[in-house]
Write a protein that binds this ligand. Sequence first.
Ligand SMILES: O=P(O)(O)OC[C@H]1O[C@](O)(CO)[C@@H](O)[C@@H]1O
Ligand SMILES: [Mn+2]
Length: 449
Amino acid sequence: MAAELAVHRLPPPLSAKVVGSFAYLTVKDRLPTILTKVIDTIHRNKNKFFEEYGEEGIQAEKQTISLLSKLRNELQTDKPVLALTDGLPDTESWNQYLQRHQGSEGDQESVSWFKSTWLYVECYMYRRIQEALWLNPPISDYDVFSEGKTQSFFESQQAVITLCTHLENIKERMQELSKNQLLEHFNKLLQVSLWGNKCDLSISAGQDNSQKISPIDSLRSLQPFILVDDSNMVWSTLISAQTLGQSGKITTGRVDIVLDNAGFELVTDLVLADFLISSGLTREIHFHGKSFPWFVSDVTAKDFHWTIRQTMAANHKWMSKSGFEWQNYMKEGVWSYHDHPFWTQPHEFCDMATDAPDLYATLQGADLVLFKGDLNYRKLTGDRDWNHMVGFDCALRGFGPTPLCSLRTLKANVQVGLQPGQGEKLTSQDPDWMTSGKYAIIQFHSTKS
Ligand SMILES: O=P(O)(O)OC[C@H]1O[C@](O)(CO)[C@@H](O)[C@@H]1O
Ligand SMILES: [Mn+2]
């Protein structure tokens, strides 16, 4: 890997300072659009705040909107990024990160929305939204993105029912399935979880993203759009995590799923996780979500538990049966939900071992970690402008707590581990292949690099 890095000088992180780049268009257009939608959402809920909190609620609504309008102006006029003032547990680490970014001379101007790195300013925007709410109790814990996330769930009901019915059919016959049949079902549900990632609200700045067609029937037609498919490595990692105990009983491994979006995507992850447990392939699943609302549609603890409750309450027997099963897994500790602050900070994952050694150690306890989505891929690879043929292990720059796999639909112009000529061919066929969400990867890395 070191040799490869020597050959491929470390490319710069993507930044909006490159006029016309995808980062530039995101910072110039999409982030202000998202902020405007947040302001509109808060304004639209003004009466709700009044009903719940009286005059205080109105004051808080007004104050929050003025803070967010100020934030939008800073963003649109490329002002210096400001230190956080809300005194939350992570405020210090955010402000230290900003100081490091400003360099020793404390050059404030150099860290502005269009001059700094895209990954940093985009993460920072969501943390500033949190600050605006946090500074204005009693609406501090209002989730400005909840309407979009719940809508994505409700509008995907048909697909959810199809998925839960499909899972039920497998579970009914689980004992008689051959290993090949098990592998086939695994590959299908891995791909369903992969394509569930198309449904994220930040890329569409909140536009409709519900899943309308059958998630199973569409797999065959989507197959050609998977640019890297290491699913066989994922399968063999699961199998090799199984050990034969003294008593002749097979014990299986632990899989961690670093979640991305709520709504339909979360259901696809829960279905995959249920299959891993009910097939006996895995003994335990740790889910990792966000500790506050993030990138419009990312999963918070509230979303996670709400989704299980909603599935239980469905008036479709296989859907509600799945929901009760999932609640049971949580109760028994077979499944657990975690939300370390690191996931809502701007760090590249190669810094995790130093910046969040406790989280790194947690992930080392898993036999496999699945990273869902585009933002996680950007952080795995440092959001850098890599040559597409650079190896995934090289781009990870030493991050490797345990064998890992990225399940990602491409929504940002970062992609490594392609074959010679593959990137060029895609660019000639489909110029937006890196950002349209049409293409995907199942990209694996074992720690034995
Ligand atoms: O929900 P996902 O798959 O992480 O997608 C979020 C991505 O969408 C974008 O907002 C699109 O540019 C990226 O900034 C971000 O990485
Ligand atoms: Mn997301």
